[in-house]
Write a protein that binds this ligand. Sequence first.
Ligand SMILES: [Zn+2]
Length: 152
Amino acid sequence: MGLPSPSLRGADKVPGDHPANLEEVYRHCRDLGMRLSRQRRMVLDLLWAEKSHLSARDIFEKLNNLGRNIGHTSVYQNLEALQTAGVIECLDRASGRLYGYRADPHSHLTCLDSGTIHDLDVVLPPDLLAHIENETGFRISGYTLSLSGRRA
Ligand SMILES: [Zn+2]
């Protein structure tokens, strides 16, 4: 992960700037003034256990398969609240919304065979960012890459 490049200094969030474990996520939620209901913790626990990108339906089914008693509406409402608070990520895909455990900017690699989305920490070379800034006249404050491919 390493340190953010100089051109990213001052960004609100940088790659790798996310809670290291579930306890830190709970603390982060409490700091935000979020109530950590049993259902909300269930959803967070599952996202952190799976570390992938899941739909509300996936999450509902996985929790119920684990014997956790939670309704579909509760799953959906907790996902929305966590996403709005910036605690989890939400990807808008043609097939619907997918939720992931990381809220910091990160890149994605999508498998063209399975559709599985892997989280990646890609750090662009500072001279490439400087080049883009010169070309556009913008100061780049963050980026995410969307990559796709097949297993070699
Ligand atoms: Zn992700």
